[in-house]
Write a protein that binds this ligand. Structure first.
Ligand code: NDP
Length: 306
């Protein structure tokens, strides 16, 4: 029986672990299917306060984990398959083993969204990727397609110019959600070619078990054509990881946790932290702040004798 179980090991989860650890609550941190969260898939983080020269994303999350472990947090590999939040202690099925906890901090984040083309799924890890940092180095001298029009797509495309010869950024409209600075940076890079009002209709070639090209469709002209490619990177946003809580925790139509103020959910004793609730800011520093809030609320809740 735990005082607090924290689900997720990104910025939000690890900050919650630092705070609840320092409060003597011996938190159990369930690492989840993306250890370290989104930052572990990033390269340079330039906007986390305290690092004037920037810091490598994986290094930042690894340091947070180390800091939490110093205060007694225990990190375990695993993913929540099922949750019973109908009464306290809360019960969680973590990879087949049930654990009980007085409080719960959900910091499960949000995972990469895919286009959903049948061949895209079949070629994941064979040229199809959602993480330039993880896989970019496989495409030295290659022709790479990046899909999306937000900051992620700009960041991925710019990062991939370190490896690829040509980067084609495919975006379904000609208006961008990306911030001006990141869009300008990508536009200024000679290696990046922008294809706007264009969608990907297929990825080749499943018969060869490797990406060889994409089928593109220009929404304005109606033209459809094939383009050779070695790498295919999707950067079209994220889906909140709330599946085990459907029907128990109040979620918005897209599956993000609905906050009841502060870090509170509709269930007393269950708190949220980070991207699993935040569809607006989604920054490392706001996730860390949210982890702190959730930890303080869990600590006070337990101190009140619940
Ligand atoms: P966004 O939601 O900002 O952008 C998603 C993009 O993908 C949009 O251009 C959207 O197009 C497109 N898209 C969505 N679904 C589809 C689809 N089915 N087919 C084709 N295109 C699709 O997500 P991001 O991941 O880019 O960014 C999320 C948050 O993280 C933002 O707040 C961003 O600022 C932040 N971020 C910050 C970074 C940094 O500062 N270093 C780096 C990366 C992200 P449309 O506009 O037409 O809907």
């Amino acid at each position: 029986m735990h005082n607090v179980i924290i689900l997720g090991s990104g910025c939000a989860g690890s900050t919650a672990a630092i705070y609840t650890g320092r409060a003597g609550l011996n938190p159990l941190v369930v690492i989840g299917h993306e250890p370290g969260g989104q930052l572990s898939l990033t390269t340079e983080v330039e906007n986390f306060p305290g690092f004037p020269e920037g810091i490598n994303g994986p290094d930042l999350v690894a340091s947070m984990q180390k800091q939490a472990e110093r205060f007694g947090a225990v990190y375990v590999y695993g993913t929540v398959l099922e949750a019973d939040l109908s009464k306290r202690p809360f019960r969680l099925n973590i990879d087949g083993e049930w654990q009980e906890s007085s409080t719960l901090i959900i910091a499960t984040g949000a995972s990469a969204r895919w286009l959903g083309l049948p061949n895209e799924q079949k070629l994941i890890g064979r040229g199809v990727s959602s993480c330039a940092t993880c896989d970019g180095a496989f495409y030295k001298g290659g022709r790479i397609v990046v899909i999306g029009g937000g900051d992620s797509a700009m960041e991925e495309a710019t990062f991939l110019t370190r490896f690829g010869d040509t980067i084609t950024l495919v975006h379904r409209s000609d208006s961008f959600r990306a911030s001006k600075i990141m869009l300008d940076r990508a536009r200024a890079n000679d290696k990046i070619k922008f294809l706007t009002n264009t969608v990907v209709e297929d990825v080749y070639d499943v018969s060869k078990n490797i990406v060889t090209g994409v089928k593109l469709h220009d929404l304005k002209t109606g033209r459809t054509w094939d383009q050779d490619a070695d790498g295919y990177f999707v950067a079209i946003g994220h889906i909140p990881n709330t599946k085990p809580f459907v029907g128990q925790i109040d979620l918005d139509p897209d599956g993000y946790i609905l906050s009841k103020g502060g870090a509170r959910t509709n269930i007393t004793g269950v708190f949220h932290a980070g991207d699993v609730q935040d569809r607006t800011y989604r920054q490392a520093v706001t996730a860390a702040g949210a982890g702190c809030m959730a930890a303080i609320e869990a600590e006070r809740f337990l101190a009140e004798g619940h």
